[in-house]
Every structure is written in C-alpha cells, then in structure tokens.
Design a protein around this ligand. Structure first.
Ligand code: URA
Length: 425
C-alpha cells in the first residue's frame, strides 16, 4: 500500500476500501505518510466526500489509533455533551454541573478556541488556579467526587485526530462533514461515555451555515454514536445571533455563574435546560427536573465542587481587562439581528481567542452586548462594550463589528426566532 494510490483513488471519486483507510491512518499517525500527502487526501475528501461506510470505518480507525477510557467503575450513568462551536457558547459551563446535580456523571473532554469560536478550556482557565490537564486517574477521581469533570483530552486519545485536526486547520479542510463527524465522534467514542447529546450549531457563527448541512452532520454523528453503542441524540440549534450577552473567557464564566445561581440571560438558561433534559433522558434519569436544581442552589454547589477539585477557587475575583470601549447605537429602532460571526471575530481580535495554536489568550478580553434581538434601542444608547488589555486592537475589533446589528423601524413587530431548530435521534 502507498499514500499516492490512496490519494489518487479519492481524487478520482472512488470509494476508499477498509484496508486503505486502516493503512493511511496508521501510517500517518506513526509518520510514514507525510503531512503534505495527508493534506492532499483531506482536500480530496473535502471535495469528493465519503459515504457512510467510509465514514464509519475512518472513525473506527481513528479510535483504534489510541486508547479508550473506561468509566464502568462509576455507579452513576455517564453522559456527555458536545457542541460543534459557536459565539458566546458557554453552555458546557452551567450544563455539566447541572446534569451532575441531577445524578449523572459528566465526563467532558473539551477543546481550546481557534479562530472566532471560543474554547471551554480557555474560559475555565480564567478562574485562578484551575487546571485543564488531568491524568486519567485524576479525571476519574474528579468525576467520582464532583459528578462532572471538564478537562483536556489526554495525548493517548485518538492521536490520529489530534494530528489530522491540526493539519486541517492550516490547509482549509475543516469544513467537511465526513471529517468533522469522524473527528468529533472518534474522540467521544474513545472517551467511553455511555450516552451523548450533540449540539449542532447552525447559522452565521457556526461551521454549518445552513440547515440542510447541519442536519446532515447531526444525522451522520448520531449514526456513528449509535453504531458504537453510545446512546446519541442531537439538537440542531440556532447560531445566527450570539448566545447570551458576552463572548470572551472570564466574561462568559461570570455569565455562566449567573445561570447557575438561577438568573442569567434567557437564551443561555433555555438552551442549558433543553440540553440538560436531553442528557438526562439519554442517561435514563428523566425523573429530576433540572430547573429545580438551578433554583435550589444544588447546581451551583456542583460547580464549586468541580472547580475546586481541579485546583480552582470558585469564589476568587475573575480577571478584568485593563481597557474598555463603548460602542453606541447610531440610530433608534428594533434590533432584529446581530451577526454572531462578526461579534466572534471582534472578541477574537480583542485577545479572547487565538490565531495560532501556540498563542496565549487574554482572560479578561471580549465583547459584551447591551441589547439582544427584539429589544428597542434609542440612538446613542450603548450597544457593545469592548474589553481588552491591548487597546491597539480596538480599531480592528470595531471594523469587524461594522454592520453587525440590523435594525427595523421602531414599533416593528418582532418574534424571536426559535433556539432549538430540530432534534435528531
Ligand atoms: N471539532 C472537532 O473536534 N473536530 C472538527 O473537525 C471540528 C470541530
């Protein structure tokens, strides 16, 4: 077997055989296939696709490239959630401890932000002392103690995906349904969760801009999970407008704690509860009402236990940016749209995200918005506050925000679009 034959096959729209898939992923992981050869194959897959059999086998080969975790010693049922990534998407932060407070064990292996979407680990690292890197034994101990753990995936989990994702990121080959589905699901299946709920984002701030693509991605991932014995469902949720009222690391932690304390923005609370109900049903725990656990303080207690178990101080002051800049509304009207992609890029440019994997992020940087879709705004009223330690980034953030808000005349009737667009099981 050789790499050129496999690349040519996909270039010429042939189906890859199981043997070709096993060989190329094993040879790439141990360095026998060069980065440029894998880049060519990834581009051929992006352009010509893979069928369900190829995707299933590709996923299986990525799982087999590393270790599998085992949570069978836990007494609680395990259930995880994965979001395909959005702007202001801090849902994991309130969701994991909330579902733990309802009786499940939530092993949540998360990633860092790249480009305009934030990363859960970057957000949690704004909490003084909190550690993302845990050994497998530490991860199990936190899970047994706090009921939820959010940490970085260890190097042993799906190493083929780790290498391939970094390569796709710099070769314009991220936006491929077969590659996204196999990348996400290989990690989730290797992680060893019994049940999984996928939050597939759809809209301007998501990988999938239109509904048909989001639905295809959701169906592909649900089928992969189900075939591997993981009880998997997906919600397709709106990502045209950013979630909540903030995008940025410490800013989003603050907002998540508000939700855990029984308040917070309506959309963050609504989506947290919708996903919590899906997760509890998938784990066979539909008896508990997660809304009660937000109201009675038990979800907040779980959060504090989870943060402390990973070295963090949940009561410490969160970092704030050194400089702020307020953007006001140029006209009066009803806010009918806020482009989440533009808001995400602004937060990233202010220092909340990174352009390259090795860049550092600023804990206090980001964007806060003072109006949400459906609000009536007066001219001159504050619309955004920009936060950063590097005020020279204000100009580029402002450029990105230009045209982000769409207004209709005062008095225009406006109904907020639904957050949950569809469910795939
Ligand atoms: N997240 C992943 O883990 N992989 C992808 O390919 C895209 C998003």
């Amino acid at each position: 077997m050789d790499a050129i034959t496999v690349i040519r096959a996909k270039r010429d729209r042939a189906e890859l055989t199981d043997e070709q898939i096993d060989w190329i992923l094993a040879a790439y992981t141990d360095g026998r296939v060069a980065e440029e050869q894998m880049a060519a194959l990834a581009m051929a897959i992006l352009l010509n696709g893979m069928n369900r059999r190829e995707i299933a086998h590709w996923t299986q080969a990525m799982i087999a490239s590393g270790e599998r975790m085992d949570f069978s010693a836990l007494t609680r049922p395990t259930v995880d959630k994965h979001s395909t990534g959005g702007v202001g998407d801090k849902i994991t932060l309130p969701l994991a401890p909330l579902v733990a407070a309802c009786g499940a064990a939530v092993p949540q292996l998360s990633g860092r932000g790249l480009g305009h979407t934030g990363g859960t680990l970057d957000k949690l690292e704004s909490i003084p002392g909190w550690r993302a890197r845990l050994s497998n034994a530490e991860m199990l101990a936190v899970l047994a103690d706090a009921g939820a753990v959010v940490c970085a995936a260890g190097d042993g989990l799906a190493p083929a995906d780790r290498k391939l994702y970094a390569l796709r990121d710099v070769t314009g080959t991220v936006e491929s349904i077969p590659l996204i589905a196999s990348s996400i699901m290989s990690k989730k299946i290797a992680e060893g969760t019994s049940a999984l709920v996928l939050d597939v984002k759809c809209g301007s701030g998501a990988f999938m801009k239109d509904f048909a693509d989001a639905r295809e991605l959701a169906e592909t991932m649900v089928a992969l999970g189900t075939d591997h014995g993981v009880a998997t469902t997906a919600l397709i949720t709106a990502m045209d407008n950013p979630l909540g009222r903030t995008a940025g690391n410490a800013l989003e932690v603050r907002e998540s704690v508000e939700v855990l304390s029984g308040g917070g923005p309506d959309d963050v609370r609504e989506l947290t509860l919708a996903l919590a109900r899906e997760m509890l049903a998938a784990a066979g725990l539909d008896g508990a009402d997660p809304a009660d656990k937000l109201a009675d303080g038990s979800a907040l207690d779980s959060w504090k236990r989870m943060i402390r178990a990973q070295g963090g101080d949940p009561d410490a002051e969160l970092p704030v940016a050194k400089q702020t800049h307020v953007v006001t509304a140029e006209r009066a009207g009803v806010l009918v749209g806020m482009d989440s992609f533009k808001v995400g890029v602004a937060a990233w440019r202010l220092g909340a995200g990174r352009a390259r994997k090795e860049d550092a992020v600023q804990a206090g940087a980001g964007v806060q918005w003072h109006a949400v879709v459906g609000d009536t705004v007066k001219a001159g009223q504050p619309l955004f506050t920009l936060h950063t330690d590097t005020p020279e980034t204000f100009d580029t953030a402002l450029e990105s925000l230009a045209g982000a808000c769409e207004f209709a005349d005062e008095g225009t009737e406006f109904t907020r679009p639904p957050l949950v667009l569809d469910r795939v099981a």
